[in-house]
Write a protein that binds this ligand. Structure first.
Ligand code: NAI
Ligand code: MG
Length: 355
């Protein structure tokens, strides 16, 4: 079993180090770890945010645990050298088209949510976000318009096969959950969304036991705070999924709690090859202060063990250790507490060993 660790920038190395302590505590037999440079850290050392050797390391592994990329200095670089190009490059090069972002309320921890407890209690949803297409990967550029102003443009598109494969992921996931898919689009104004919706309806015919409904993205954003308990699987594109999953993180408590898995089609012998990362970014505002919440990274490790290494029991142990840590009130600044990254990691390790 090979795991590539790509810590990246800002709080990325801090939260990946915390997840690594949890991984070390599991003492998995036959596990080999590699560590590679990515993002601004890689640009400074190799002149590129995604060096060829990092990509090779990721390809050769069964799974990748990724921290975050992004740095204020990177904002002035050309787009292909910006640290964020590394994560887009990894997703594209590794064919990671399915991004799974679970968000569930923690039993007994409804007070962490800004919503009323009766609303927070019911949250148990999975955002299935398409990751290889949409406006993030379309042609883009800058031009001068007729009035002589600078004008930025980005093109949004989805073809049927791209929608079909992510729709299958969502319907299959719903079959293992509560049997409901809500497809989110903006089909009232976008051609991309019209193809999206028609294709999802076609795929749904293969899953007669799954209930499908559709929401426009603006309504979905409203429903997410008004009645989040109605959602089981939310199927959506790259842009809407990015925004809705950050919102989902806020309704369960904090962005520092939400993990993600990005999966493609390649299997590993133990599961599916994937890249796992917290949904948050490099948080330059708190980097270096030891106060990043490492739980999203630790829960990403749990997803890695489940989906890529077939170690469901270990994944469940980590999740129970995290729930106990939160239940004991070991909370980071993002949740109104004072625990440091290291204190939170130490509490998870200690709970893990006593479970
Ligand atoms: P962000 O997620 O880094 O931070 C948003 C807010 O949440 C900040 O106030 C931050 O302090 C807080 N926060 C985030 N993670 C936290 C944690 N684990 N514990 C406690 N507080 C936490 O998003 P932002 O500020 O929009 O972006 C910062 C940089 O990260 C940018 O360069 C952006 O491009 C990059 N980014 C990278 C991503 C990736 O690597 N996949 C994803 C999102 C953003
Ligand atoms: Mg985001």
């Amino acid at each position: 079993m090979k795991i590539a660790l790509l810590p990246g920038d800002g709080i990325g190395p801090e939260v990946v180090a915390a997840a690594r302590r949890v991984l070390d505590a599991l003492a998995l037999p036959g596990l080999v770890l590699f560590e590679g440079d990515v993002g601004m850290a890689a640009y400074r050392r190799h002149g590129h945010p995604l060096p060829a050797e990092t990509l090779e390391m990721a390809r050769a592994a069964d799974a990748v645990l990724f921290g975050a990329v992004g740095d204020p200095e990177g904002d002035n670089l050309p787009r292909e050298h910006r640290p964020e190009a590394a994560i887009l490059g990894l997703r594209a090069e590794l064919g990671l088209f399915a991004n799974l972002r679970p968000a569930a309320g923690w039993p007994g921890l409804e007070h962490l949510s800004p919503l009323r407890p009766e609303l927070a209690r019911g949250i148990d949803l999975l955002v299935v976000r398409e990751l290889n297409g949409d406006v993030y990967f379309g042609a883009k550029g800058e031009r001068t318009n007729a009035a002589g102003e600078r004008e930025g443009w980005d093109s949004m598109s989805y073809c049927e096969s791209e929608v079909r494969r992510i729709a299958h992921t969502a319907f299959a996931a719903a079959g293992k959950r509560r049997g409901r898919v809500t497809s989110v689009d903006k089909a009232n104004v976008l051609e991309t969304s019209r193809i999206w919706r028609e294709t999802v309806v076609e795929v749904a015919r293969d899953y007669p036991d799954i209930r499908l409904d559709h929401l426009y993205v603006d309504n979905a954003a409203m429903q997410m705070v008004r009645a989040p308990g109605q959602f089981d699987v939310i199927l959506t594109g790259n842009l809407f999924g990015d925004i809705l999953s950050d919102q989902a993180s806020a309704v369960v408590g904090s962005i520092g709690l939400l993990p993600s898995a990005s999966l493609g089609e390649r299997t590993t012998g133990h599961g599916t090859f994937g890249l796992y990362e917290p949904i948050h970014g490099s948080a330059p505002d708190i980097a270096g202060h030891g106060k990043a919440n490492p739980l999203a990274a630790i829960l990403s490790l749990a997803m890695l063990l489940r989906h890529s290494l077939g170690r469901e029991a270990d994944a469940g142990r980590i999740e129970r250790a995290v729930a106990k840590t939160l239940g004991d009130g070991v909370l980071g600044a993002d949740l109104g507490g004072t625990a440091s990254t290291e204190q939170i990691a130490a509490a998870v390790v200690s709970n893990l060993l006593s479970i």
